[in-house]
Design a protein around this ligand. Structure first.
Ligand code: SF4
Length: 685
């Protein structure tokens, strides 16, 4: 018997835990601890423990599929490439769109970005970060000049006060929850705000059960209290920031006093006062947030408000401080870093910047040029254009995304995608989106390829190949390179390994310039920015100055605004969505992992027990949840843990897809949809 351990990185959440894959006779058969990672120190959560179970599932795609007479038939790679090449040749660059993926490696995302801009010459490329942390990228860039988590995961344990809002950390990022427990053991206070009394709430010292959408009001209220009591860091404000006076005028208004805000968001005024005092007086304090904060029509305002709080209290650039935006999927940070966005090349270098564009044109060497220097469509805009302006977008290439379950307002998305003439989907399983594809290409999963990802704290970490892929499946970067060669661009995609791709990324990207496979292959890996080969990486950002042109942090005076859709007589309940510890995103991997699937087989709607009584709904009873956009039938979970007037559903389950109900209203700057707040009614069956 042949047996080995292969050290790699978890393919699920943005924490980026390291573990070993156990490989017996060439097949992955389990996971085992890897103790030297500073993030998880040998521990993993249930998803990580069973991350091996989907790898050899019978449903894996093994050969390219092409749709003929309404049925999918297996074909050869050569025929699949030639069909794709012939079809894309028919369309103008403006008619083509590309969706990349936060589940794929940095090398995969870079290759697809280069394919979009260089081969298809389209500016329309985006990916699912738009749906989770686009607000972070825009908001933190406006405040600090850099749209990324400021401190490291281990650094959270150094904090003396942790304020977590819009993140059920102990379920969604359990190994980050462990850092919170370490901080608490050392005496830190833990404040938590969420409409549901989650496992994270159980660990908190102060819990505020607020109405989703009240974030700016809470943050302004806390800042007003901090200023009134003289707990602000005057020296930091004076030396390192600007526009403080505008902020001060707003947060000291009567409408942000604890009494008024408490009434608005459904939290006792005393809790708001205590939160402000603990945060304002702490030696070091940090904010952790995730999609409860970002997925709003005011997502950017919410993020800027967290930045305001941290600058007000001087908690930027220090251990135990910082704005710690917790990314959902494993490589959300990396896929953004790789330029799988409509406005930037790698490392957030703008497509409209002349010298930057020339650098990429020269390095890539496409004889017929690249996409025009103009920002493209965001993923949400792509589906709106497809729906409202049929014929403007005609062909789409999609890698590792499943918008037919992950986008808001699924009925709208289903209508939109049918307006495409040609759709290619590259994935490891036949997802809900594959059902609309003309060609489906089988890709490899994390255990079948070398490469790297960048976790939520900007740490660039290695993936290592543990087994051969099933059937004829290939690495995403290789598929894109081979297709590009068929389309006449072999010279631009000369890669023989992912390391070749990474070296090109490092060459063109200042923040990755000092990285190579040897350096990122250590247990600690490397945090960007890492500009030179002898640079140690940067676990804490903005220690001396911000990344803004003048080096100053920018305060933004922000007023609270209500969600785009609020309860009324017809739809009287607030509706919000989220994830659970056992499942990941649209469930294509975790629902094919027996141990995880055995734990939770399907979704539910959480209803407060008083609401249930008024509605006459019993626990476990099937009910219809209806919004202005759709309806689903699902089992009711009656509980006291959810705030009265609020309903919650996990979004992983196609048979009761929460996104049939969610609202496609967008933040005007980040174009992120408002998954976290809309209005529904309950009908008994
Ligand atoms: Fe994987 Fe996240 Fe769990 Fe770590 S916390 S094992 S990265 S799912």
């Amino acid at each position: 018997m042949d047996f080995k351990y292969v050290q790699t990185t978890c393919p699920y959440c943005g924490t980026g835990c390291t573990f070993n894959l156990a490989v017996r006779d060439g097949k992955v058969t389990g996971t085992a601890p890897y103790y030297r990672s500073p993030i998880n120190e040998g521990k993993v959560c249930p998803k990580g423990t069973y991350a091996w179970q989907f790898i050899n599932h019978k449903d894996r795609l093994k050969k390219p599929l092409v749709r003929k007479d309404g049925k999918y038939v297996e074909t050869t790679w050569d025929e699949a490439y030639s069909i794709i090449a012939e079809n894309f040749k028919k369309y103008q660059p403006e008619e083509c769109a590309v969706l990349s993926s936060a589940r794929c490696s940095n090398e995969d995302n870079y290759a697809l970005m280069k394919f979009a801009r260089g081969v298809l010459k389209t500016r329309h490329i985006d990916h699912c970060a738009r749906l989770c942390h686009a607000s972070t990228v825009v908001g933190l860039a406006a405040s600090f000049g850099s749209g990324a988590m400021t401190n490291s995961i281990p650094d959270i344990s150094e904090s003396k006060c942790i304020f977590c809002l819009g993140s059920n950390t102990f379920e969604q990022h359990p190994l980050i929850g462990r850092q919170i427990m370490k901080a608490k053991a050392a005496g830190a206070k833990f404040i938590y705000a969420d409409p549901r009394f989650t496992p994270t709430a159980r660990q908190s010292d102060l819990y505020m059960q607020f109405y989703s959408g009240g974030d700016v009001a809470i943050l302004n209220c806390m800042m007003g209290e901090i200023i009134r009591n003289g707990w602000e860091d005057k020296d930091f404000i004076e030396k390192r920031t600007k526009d403080y006076e505008e902020l001060k005028k707003i947060v000291l208004l009567e409408r942000y006093t604890p009494e008024v805000v408490g009434e608005l968001v459904g939290v006792p005024a005393e809790s708001l006062r205590t939160a402000a005092e603990w945060f304002g007086k702490a030696e070091s304090a940090t904010v952790l947030y995730s999609m409860g904060l970002t997925q709003h029509t005011v997502g950017v305002d919410n993020v800027k408000s967290t930045a305001n709080l941290l600058m007000l209290t001087g908690n930027i650039g220090i251990p135990g401080g910082g704005v710690n935006a917790l990314r959902g999927q494993n490589n959300v940070q990396g896929s953004c870093d790789m330029g799988a966005l409509p406005n930037v090349f790698t490392g957030y270098q703008k497509v409209v910047d002349g010298p930057v564009r020339k650098k990429f044109e020269d390095a890539w060497g496409f004889p017929d040029g690249i996409a025009e220097p103009k920002n493209g469509f965001e993923i949400t805009t792509m589906f709106n254009v497809l729906h409202d302006d049929p014929g403007r977008l005609k062909a789409m290439y999609l890698m590792g995304e499943n918008p037919l379950l992950s986008e808001p307002d699924l009925n709208h998305v289903e209508e939109a995608i049918q307006n495409l003439d040609f759709l290619v989907v590259q994935d490891i399983f036949f997802t809900e989106t594959c059902e609309y594809a003309h060609v489906v290409l089988p890709a490899t999963c994390f255990a079948e390829k070398d490469g790297c990802q960048t976790n939520t704290e900007r740490r660039v970490q290695r993936w290592r190949k543990a087994q051969e892929p099933p059937g004829e499946a290939k690495e995403d970067w290789r598929i894109i390179s081979e297709l590009s060669a068929v389309m006449g661009y072999a010279d631009q995609f000369p890669y023989t390994s992912p390391e070749d791709v990474f070296n090109e990324i490092a060459e063109l990207t200042p923040s990755y310039h000092g990285m190579n496979y040897e350096r990122i292959g250590t247990p600690e890996a490397l945090h960007w920015p890492c500009p030179t080969v002898d640079h140690p990486g940067t676990p804490i950002l903005h220690t001396e100055k911000f990344a803004t042109p003048d080096g100053l942090g920018v305060f933004h005076a922000i007023e609270w605004k209500a969600p785009a859709e609020v309860p009324d007589e017809e739809y009287p309940y607030r509706f919000t969505t989220g994830r659970i510890i056992w499942h990941y995103h649209t469930g294509s991997m975790t629902r094919r992992s027996k141990a995880l699937d055995d734990e939770v087989k399907t979704g539910w709607v959480e209803i407060n027990e008083e609401d249930a009584k008024e509605l006459g709904v019993r626990n476990g009873e099937m009910v219809k949840v209806v919004s202005r956009r759709g309806e689903i039938t699902v089992a009711a979970k009656v509980m006291e843990d959810i705030k009265k007037g609020v309903m919650f559903m996990p979004f992983h389950f196609v048979e009761c897809a929460a996104n049939r109900l969610t609202n496609n209203a967008l933040d005007p700057l980040a174009k992120i949809p408002e998954f976290k707040a809309c209005a529904v009614k309950i009908e008994t069956i």
